[in-house]
Design a protein around this ligand. Sequence first.
Ligand SMILES: NC(=O)c1ccc(NCc2ccccc2)nc1
Length: 255
Amino acid sequence: MSFEIDVITLFPDMLDAITKYGITSRASKNEIFRLHTWNPRHFAKDNYRTVDDSPYGGGPGMVMLAQPLDEAITHARTRQLAEGINETKVIYLSPQGELLNHEKILQLSKLRGMILLCGRYEGIDERIIMRQVDEEISIGNYVISGGELAAMVLIDSIVRQLPGALGSADSASEDSFANNLLEYPQYTRPEIYRGDAVPPILLSGDHAKINRWRLQQSLGKTWLKRPDLLDLKYKQGISKEEEKLLEEFKQTKNF
Ligand SMILES: NC(=O)c1ccc(NCc2ccccc2)nc1
């Protein structure tokens, strides 16, 4: 059962960035997800294949026309329905959207498909947002040239949660934000690089101690760099063991 993704975009080739490289490329080849792009320009009615026009009320830049988007979205819905998906979500990537986080990614990864709408210029005609869009999602409080990069961030983060996408499924569940903590530091060969040694505990083979050290490092790093995340952790309930580890970390002043 593939996770079906339809992307409405003026630049379909941009999506090669996730279908041609890395983990997402393998997941695509293994049909863990299937990506279909629709270019609004193909649905433009005039001979010049116009997809944008000036904003009513004046102001800088251009706005994407409703009709080509409307038809592209309708074709995407038809394809999703043909794949047996009748509870798809139309998601518009925009700076005005709900800020994307791990929780949202997990929630969307449970769907069987979604349709992603990528705006360009100053955005899209509001009537499409009213008529067709189920959710607006933002990848951060900043503006980029188009919704495509945001769509690829969203797709990549969801695909990693799909069964079979990663080698060992647990590495997705161990993702740092899965437990509201930052990732512990990672080391690999050589043991000493330019005079800097790998923490001896990691060479001990004592996996209980190694896991303890890693949890302490995650707690310490989160305390130092992301106190907001640590607050969340406390709210969710931090264990006695975790509190002890964090206190110990603070005493060592190894930071
Ligand atoms: N922060 C984001 O997720 C994001 C998404 C899209 C985007 N640019 C395209 C666009 C511009 C204006 C209105 C709607 C879409 N920039 C940032």
